[in-house]
Structures are given as C-alpha cells and as structure tokens.
Design a protein. Structure first.
Length: 89
C-alpha cells in the first residue's frame, strides 16, 4: 500500500511501510498469528508483529516502522504471515 517497489528513500531515513494482505487460507488468523521477517534487509523492523484477527477471504493491513540502510543502494525485505505453530500461511 505504501512505499511501492523501487521507491527512492534517503539512506538512514525512517519510514512506515503498510501492506494489505489477504487471508487466502481456510482458517481464521487469530491470537498467535504473526507477520514475520523472512529474508533480505530487516531495516530495523521488528522480527515479528501480531496479525489482526482476519477471516478467510478477508484483507487486513499491517504497518511496520522501518529505517533505510545507511549505505546507498537497493534494499528489500520480505515478510510473510505465520501461524502460531510457526508455519507460513
């Protein structure tokens, strides 16, 4: 939703990234479900944040406060939903 791919951000600048994600599974996201860092540059973001309760087929928004790397260049991070037992959803 915010900060599209290839957005120019100054080195060291803080920003808020918001994703709109859809629960495409068959179970409700509930307590224990998280949005977790998987790979790339974490940009000082949290390793994991709780996901709001979300029914199958529904969208939800999740925001993280991040900091661009101090060194100029391309950076990206990958996050994904994870269920309470640790499996990606």
């Amino acid at each position: 939703m915010t900060i599209p791919y290839d957005t120019l951000i100054k080195p060291g600048q803080t920003f808020r990234k918001t994703w709109s994600i859809r629960n495409t599974g068959r179970t409700q996201w509930r307590d224990g479900y998280q949005f977790v860092f998987v790979s790339g540059d974490r940009m000082n973001g949290a390793e994991a944040v709780p996901l709001p309760p979300t029914m199958p087929g529904q969208d939800t928004e999740i925001s993280l406060d991040l900091t661009a790397p101090a060194k100029p260049g391309r950076a990206f991070g990958t996050w994904q939903p994870r269920e309470s037992a640790g499996q990606a959803v």
